[in-house]
Design a protein around this ligand. Structure first.
Ligand SMILES: Cc1cc2nc3c(=O)[nH]c(=O)nc-3n(C[C@H](O)[C@H](O)[C@H](O)COP(=O)(O)OP(=O)(O)OC[C@H]3O[C@@H](n4cnc5c(N)ncnc54)[C@H](O)[C@@H]3O)c2cc1C
Length: 387
């Protein structure tokens, strides 16, 4: 059987794969992008984009994303179960998208730059010693470099490690698109709910014709997440809206190190790169896809190991994750979460810091220091007060 050869094969046409393919094609490299789905395709997601996403999007795609932005919000409201803690208005931009349209848009931008698309074809197996991919139609493709951007259930990661993620740390999310026409009123800004799920949170994000309601948290801590979601929906909407509930894994923070092997690089959810506390993944998917592509380009030019080049860039993302992995033990255990929600209702500065973090204007190490500082101050006050 003849094997088609490419400089690079990108597996997966989500934000990570399209960012990688667009960067490579712009540099004149022969790229083939494979996806098991035909586009436009659905992807379960809250569809909330931060300024962090905008910055990396602008850098990689260099054209306006306005055609696929459904709504721009300038604030956020925080709740504990069903009581409002604090609302910030006119503070920072957050962007709402539908993944079906957003991902299709990015894929078209990769194709416009010269990427060859092969859609509706699943990768069945990757021979990691020869860099040959077997596809669902029986054909084989090979490439000097493979970029695995095939999401949380990554087939490329499975071929390398036997499993795509660690069950102990995997997150899970449940969502519903609540149609506005069913008598539900749209909200001006995103809503975040603490205390509705363990080691996670709930959300309602406004879109054009729907609101996306969801909960997400560590799967190991929430054995009956569907029940938790129905309780959340009833509390928020007065009843369970008449729309389907869907679920998907979220790879919250147990990132791959190293992210792949030799000339096979993993990025986005395939490298388990969702943020450990917020579950934000789109910005890190685009960033890691872009970094994988830059590393291939540099390796072709210098002859240096592509994995070493990628690791250097990848650490920029994971260094921040190391802080938030620790921070989640200060944020999510019951008493800590209750203290955090009390603080959110009392002080606007903490709510603003949280929003700065979501908007990408504050990085996790700084937020981490702020929380530690606040905790120490509280403990000191308590000790002094008790004397
Ligand atoms: C419920 C939920 C809510 C979320 N909300 C947000 C949010 O509001 N904001 C945010 O930033 N992030 C959010 N995330 C995280 C975000 O969705 C992911 O981090 C992001 O989609 C990762 O992008 P990716 O390109 O790595 O993978 P994906 O977007 O999953 O793309 C992977 C692609 O690979 C293809 N593929 C898979 N297997 C194969 C195969 N064998 N062969 C060929 N192709 C294959 C798939 O069809 C898919 O197109 C949420 C996640 C969940 C589950």
């Amino acid at each position: 059987m003849s094997t088609n050869k490419f400089d690079v094969i990108v597996v997966g046409g989500g934000p990570a794969g399209s960012a990688a393919a667009r960067t490579l094609s712009t540099a004149g490299i022969k790229v083939c992008l494979l996806d098991k789905e035909n586009f436009p395709r659905e992807k379960l997601c809250g569809g909330l984009l931060t300024m962090r996403s905008k910055k990396i999007y602008d850098q990689v795609f260099q054209t306006s994303w306005d055609p696929v932005i459904e709504k721009v919000s300038r604030g956020v409201s925080f709740f504990s179960k069903d009581s409002m803690l604090r609302s910030l208005r006119d503070y920072k931009d957050l962007f709402s998208i539908q993944r079906r349209n957003f991902d299709h848009f990015l894929l078209r931008l990769a194709a416009d730059a010269g990427t060859e698309l092969r859609l509706g074809l699943a990768v069945k197996n990757v021979d990691c010693s020869s860099n040959i991919l077997q596809l669902s139609d029986g054909t084989e493709l090979s490439a000097k470099h493979i970029i695995g951007a095939d999401g949380v259930n990554s087939r490329v990661a499975r071929s390398l490690y036997g499993q795509p993620f660690n069950n102990k740390w995997i997150g899970f999310g449940l969502e519903m698109e609540v149609p506005l026409k069913d008598g539900f009123e749209n909200i001006p800004d995103p809503e975040i709910y603490f205390g509705v799920v363990k080691y996670g949170y709930g959300w309602v994000f406004p879109k054009k014709d729907t609101m996306t309601a969801g909960i997400g948290g560590l799967l190991s801590k929430n054995p009956d997440m569907r029940q938790e979601f129905e309780t959340f929906l009833k509390a928020r909407f007065g009843r369970v809206p008449n729309a389907g509930i869907k679920g998907c894994f979220i790879p919250t923070g147990d990132y791959r190190m190293p992210p792949g092997r030799k000339n096979i690089l993993l990025c986005g959810d395939a490298a388990n790169l969702a943020e450990p506390i917020t579950g934000e993944g789109i910005s890190f998917a685009m960033q890691s896809g872009h970094y994988a592509a830059l590393s291939v380009i540099e390796s072709n030019r210098t002859g240096k190991s592509v994995m070493e080049l990628y690791l250097k860039r990848y650490r920029e993302i994971t260094n921040a994750f190391d802080y938030s992995r620790k921070l989640r033990y200060l944020v999510f255990p019951g008493p800590c979460e209750r203290a955090l929600t009390r603080s959110l209702s009392k002080t606007e500065s903490l709510a603003k810091k949280h929003m700065d973090l979501m908007a990408g204007d504050l990085e996790y190490p700084e937020y981490f220091r702020h929380i530690i500082w606040r905790t120490c101050k509280k403990i000191l006050k308590k000790i002094i007060g008790e004397q």
